[in-house]
Ligand binder design. Structure first.
Ligand SMILES: NC(=O)c1ccc[n+]([C@@H]2O[C@H](COP(=O)([O-])OP(=O)(O)OC[C@H]3O[C@@H](n4cnc5c(N)ncnc54)[C@H](OP(=O)(O)O)[C@@H]3O)[C@@H](O)[C@H]2O)c1
Length: 280
């Protein structure tokens, strides 16, 4: 494989560690973001998923691409299908970051994107990560800062939270080898925890109380809208807690070790490593 690797969302949670790991392996990487800035030593390229005019330059010289839907967008099919087509037209291999559990039903939009990729004729790998451990530093950080509260409509459902570095490591394996082509991987952490257990780990890591409060969808949406999240995205986030309440996010797989050759990182170790960021 001699071409460059296009990494979408290169300034984001998964994209940044992915670019860093690929550059460290000596791969030529095009780091895509709306500003097109260089990332972790990789050349930057301007890319906007809502503007297909930016696709040709982004794909120039590329033979593999890491594709995701940036956070904040809900129109998976409308935005991702043109991108799959752009890759297929150019014969570019696609490693697609999908979402854990979407294979439950072929009518789920993300699953329909996966199916389009499976039929596209280009080599592909599908990665379906579960809820990110790193959400405690992004989405749920404001509540931890404000009152030591993580308030979610998760009831007592458990999730096998995954460290974004394990998603990045899995993507490195998928992008730099053809051994995994044509397959889908359900990426999880090593164990399933409830939010009360995660809150207790964070409390002990930062040395102050953090509690989980189970709330209903409407209260969750109100909280997010109060923090400036548009209602449509707040409702989307609320809806994806249904599988958590049902216990479907608790499954643990061996797919991270199968791809990366190392065990998946757990929440307790993540809290220790990120204690100062969680305190700040
Ligand atoms: N969080 C979770 O628990 C979880 C679990 C499973 C799956 N997922 C999926 O993971 C995806 C998000 O991954 P992530 O957290 O790594 O992403 P992220 O950190 O939200 O990254 C967004 C990236 O996309 C770029 N971006 C934003 N708007 C863009 C646009 N219009 N066109 C092109 N690039 C744009 C951003 O860069 P600029 O702003 O610089 O352009 C940034 O690099 C979502 O599809 C989500 O459904 C998330």
């Amino acid at each position: 494989m001699a071409g460059k690797i296009l990494v979408l969302g290169a300034t984001g949670n998964v994209g940044r560690p992915l670019v860093k790991a690929l550059v460290a392996r000596g791969e030529a990487v095009k780091a895509a973001s709306r500003r097109g800035e260089p990332v972790e030593g990789a050349e930057g390229v301007v890319f906007d998923i809502v503007d297909p005019m930016t696709f040709p330059t982004a794909f120039e010289g590329v033979d593999r691409a890491f594709v995701l839907l940036p956070t904040g967008y809900t129109e998976a099919k409308a935005l991702l299908l043109p991108l799959i087509e752009a890759a297929a037209t150019r014969g570019v291999k696609v490693v697609f970051q999908s979402v854990f559990g979407v294979d439950a039903d072929d009518s789920i939009p993300y699953r329909q994107v996966e199916i389009a990729l499976e039929k596209s004729g280009v080599p592909y790998v599908i990665l379906r990560p579960n809820w990110f451990t790193d959400n405690f530093l992004t989405f749920w950080k404001a509540g931890i800062d404000a009152g030591g509260v993580i308030a979610l409509p998760a009831a007592d459902g458990k999730s096998s939270f995954i460290d974004v570095r394990d998603i990045a490591d899995s993507a490195v394996a998928a992008l730099t080898s053809d051994r995994f082509d044509g397959r889908a991987f359900n990426l999880t952490g090593p164990e399933a925890l409830g939010y009360a257990e995660a809150a207790a780990l964070i409390a002990s890591g930062i040395g102050r109380p953090v509690t989980y409060v189970a709330i209903d969808d409407d209260a969750f949406v109100d909280n997010l809208m109060g923090a400036g999240v548009p209602e449509v995205y707040a409702r989307f986030l609320a809806s994806i807690f249904h599988p958590v309440r049902e216990g479907w996010a608790a499954a643990v797989t061996d797919d991270v070790p199968a791809l990366t050759g190392h065990p998946a990182r757990g929440v307790a170790a993540w809290v220790t490593e990120n204690a100062s960021a969680l305190k700040g």
